[in-house]
Design a protein around this ligand. Structure first.
Ligand SMILES: Nc1ncnc2c1ncn2[C@@H]1O[C@H](COP(=O)(O)OP(=O)(O)OP(=O)(O)O)[C@@H](O)[C@H]1O
Length: 256
């Protein structure tokens, strides 16, 4: 279990995270959701260990990681821009981290992951020959072969659309379930957070606005912010679509 206790972080004297306390169970998928600039990426970086909190504690299975360096925490992140090596092919990108630490994953485990993520037919390709969704899957595979204790994803679906988005969403869920991997995802999209996660952390003004399973957020929003920011956004999306096409669909349906 990952525990954050009273995390505070300011930049240049301006508080970004004022008091964040949450617990993430082993194998859980948690989304961090909130408006632009609310501190989502900052919180992810604090968990990863790239930056340090001003105060508060980070514990993993009871071990205090607050002052432990990033490399020693054993967490791993897939960055928003994937950060793949353009001069290496897909297979070499996936296995890059194993060069110095081959004991982490066996050849069989690497092969299983390649199949799970549907990458077998792309192994010899260069990175620039891949679509956004394929790059995303390579980035996921590259991170997964290193067997992180926690998988961190920064806006993993933001560059993807439609069917590809749904398929990556399913693969993230499958990986989290199959590997019983604690997964923490930053997103600004309420639909993504609510459909992908076991629990959603909603941050507003540096504090936890609500931290609950998606069904609770939908059926029992804890405050005005959750109602307005999260649920209204979904309602507006829906209404926009129906305002555009609702009548026409009905007319055509009736004509048939
Ligand atoms: N290294 C830094 N130095 C100074 N200010 C920073 C730094 N990193 C983040 N900030 C500030 O902290 C605030 C939160 O940034 P953060 O990137 O965590 O927000 P976010 O919720 O991920 O935003 P977005 O959804 O737009 O990506 C912003 O006001 C940002 O300008």
């Amino acid at each position: 279990m990952l525990e954050l206790k009273h995390i505070q972080k300011s930049f240049d004297g301006k508080p970004v995270l004022k008091d964040i306390s949450i617990q993430v169970e082993e194998g859980e998928i948690v989304s961090i959701l909130g408006p632009s600039g609310c501190g989502k990426t900052t919180l992810l970086n604090l968990i990863l260990g790239i930056i340090k909190a001003d105060s508060g504690e980070i514990l993993y299975n009871g071990e205090d990681l607050t002052d432990v360096f990033m490399e020693k925490r054993g967490f791993n992140i897939v960055f928003q821009d994937y950060a793949l090596f353009p001069n290496l092919n897909v297979f070499k990108n996936i296995t890059y981290g194993l060069k110095n630490r081959p004991e982490i994953s066996s050849r069989k485990e690497v092969e299983e992951l390649i199949d799970l993520l549907g990458l077998r037919e792309h192994l010899d390709k260069n990175i620039e020959q891949l679509s956004g969704g394929q790059k995303q899957r390579v980035a996921l595979a590259r991170t997964m072969v290193m067997k992180p204790r926690i998988l961190l994803l920064d806006e993993p679906l933001s560059a993807l659309d439609g069917v590809i988005k749904e398929s990556i969403k399913d693969r993230i869920k499958t990986i989290a379930r199959e590997y019983h991997l604690t997964t923490i995802i930053v997103t600004h999209d309420p639909e993504e957070a609510l459909t992908l996660s076991d629990r959603v952390l909603i941050i507003n003004q540096g504090t936890v606005s609500q931290y609950a399973p998606p069904e609770n957020i939908i059926h029992a929003p804890k405050n005005e912010f959750v109602r307005k920011f999260i649920l209204n956004q979904l309602e507006i999306k829906r209404n926009n679509i129906y305002a555009l096409f609702g009548n026409r669909v009905t007319a055509e349906t009736q004509a048939v």
